[in-house]
Design a protein around this ligand. Structure first.
Ligand code: HEC
Ligand code: HEC
Ligand code: HEC
Ligand code: HEC
Ligand code: HEC
Length: 225
């Protein structure tokens, strides 16, 4: 009986401390306290609301729902304050007509295998936020999941695409092509002119971009909604 009481007391004290911490964290002007980590440099001065819509319900309802979840009375926790960001939020600033690999395309049945390993249908599969990195996918050769069959009728390269693909040289692809096709650039036709894989990885991790700065489409600073 006494043990049970201590356990319950522990729960109540724990839940109250948690609730107090959350109230503090959610007070206006304190958003940064509960952000998970640094935004990628291009996003540094965006508002949280640019990517996270306010979660449904008042703060009090959210607190109640989460207290009930902690006590095992509710199946799932409620979103606190901000909803998670997905394609819709990203595309509100980044949608452009020339996109070479639009996410929606990869919901087609023929991309099932790629979906299983790569999830190319979600922006955050390659661009997790709050890591201070522009591209979080660690694999620069991920083109392999879809371009095994790529053959050019008249291949302009000194080492043909067919030869590169047969030799499994997938780390070369991003050295000549950007993924979205949004940089204004001439595509190299000599393998020796390709951006070296190490520079691309450096960029993924937060270094300077090896691609030309000029873009066909500039991202919006205010989401289109
Ligand atoms: C409110 C507008 C807005 C929203 C929403 C937004 N972005 Fe951006 N994003 C920008 C701006 C502005 C830049 C900087 C200019 C540029 O790179 O075109 C940028 C840059 C980027 C870059 C380049 C990396 C860098 O640091 O410059 C990536 C990658 C990116 N955004 C991905 C995303 C993803 C993924 C989402 C959804 C989770 C998203 N963005 C949501 C406006 C937005
Ligand atoms: C450019 C878009 C973008 C901006 C701006 C942004 N976030 Fe996020 N945030 C995301 C994405 C995408 C996720 C999903 C998980 C991830 O990427 O790690 C996320 C996850 C989170 C999470 C974890 C929620 C969960 O469900 O795991 C919190 C908390 C959070 N963001 C808070 C903030 C705060 C506070 C700000 C403002 C300082 C902010 N975010 C600005 C894109 C953004
Ligand atoms: C399968 C991986 C992958 C997915 C999914 C993906 N990206 Fe990217 N993205 C990349 C890579 C790799 C780069 C660096 C090469 C480049 O600049 O094209 C990049 C670069 C960017 C850039 C900076 C260059 C530019 O075009 O301005 C932005 C912005 C961006 N992505 C936004 C998005 C958005 C928004 C989505 C979802 C609609 C998305 N990405 C989905 C891999 C991905
Ligand atoms: C999830 C599947 C998928 C992945 C991953 C993928 N691609 Fe593609 N790519 C496509 C599809 C689909 C097309 C459209 C052409 C087609 O239907 O065959 C395409 C087209 C292209 C084009 C031609 C674009 C044009 O407008 O003519 C280039 C270049 C390209 N991809 C390069 C790459 C590179 C480089 C990578 C890796 C960084 C990559 N792709 C990763 C599916 C993919
Ligand atoms: C040395 C530079 C270089 C490398 C490395 C390279 N490409 Fe290309 N690629 C080109 C050029 C040049 C073209 C033709 C012009 C264009 O489409 O921009 C092209 C065209 C393409 C096309 C369009 C084909 C079409 O139907 O028009 C695809 C898809 C493609 N490359 C995918 C890849 C993949 C996947 C890899 C990695 C195995 C790769 N490329 C490596 C330079 C390169």
């Amino acid at each position: 009986m006494a043990r049970r009481f201590r356990q319950n007391l522990g729960l109540i004290v724990g839940a109250s401390a948690g609730a107090l911490a959350l109230v503090l964290l959610l007070s206006p002007g304190r958003e940064v306290w509960h952000a998970r980590g640094p935004l990628t440099s291009g996003h540094a001065d965006l508002d949280c609301e640019g990517c996270h819509r306010p979660a449904p319900g008042s703060l009090r309802q959210q607190l109640q729902a989460n207290a009930r979840h902690l006590l095992g009375l509710r199946a799932s926790a409620a979103d606190f304050g901000l909803q998670p960001a997905g394609n819709g939020e990203c595309l509100a600033c980044h949608d452009f007509p020339g996109e070479r690999h639009p996410v929606f395309r990869f919901n087609e049945p023929r991309f099932q295998e790629a979906r299983d390993v790569l999830h190319p249908e979600h922006c955050v599969s390659c661009h997790l936020e709050h890591k201070g990195m522009p591209v979080t996918l660690p694999d620069i050769g991920y083109c392999r999941h879809c371009h095994e069959e790529t053959r050019l009728k008249r291949d302009p390269l000194d080492v043909s695409h067919a030869a590169l693909i047969d030799a499994g040289e997938w780390d070369t692809c991003l050295g000549c092509h950007d993924y979205h096709g949004n940089h204004r650039m001439t595509v190299a036709s000599q393998l020796g002119e390709a951006i070296p894989p190490a520079r691309i990885l450096e960029y993924f991790r937060g270094g300077a971009s090896p691609y030309p700065a000029e873009k066909k489409f500039e991202a919006r600073r205010e989401p289109l909604r």
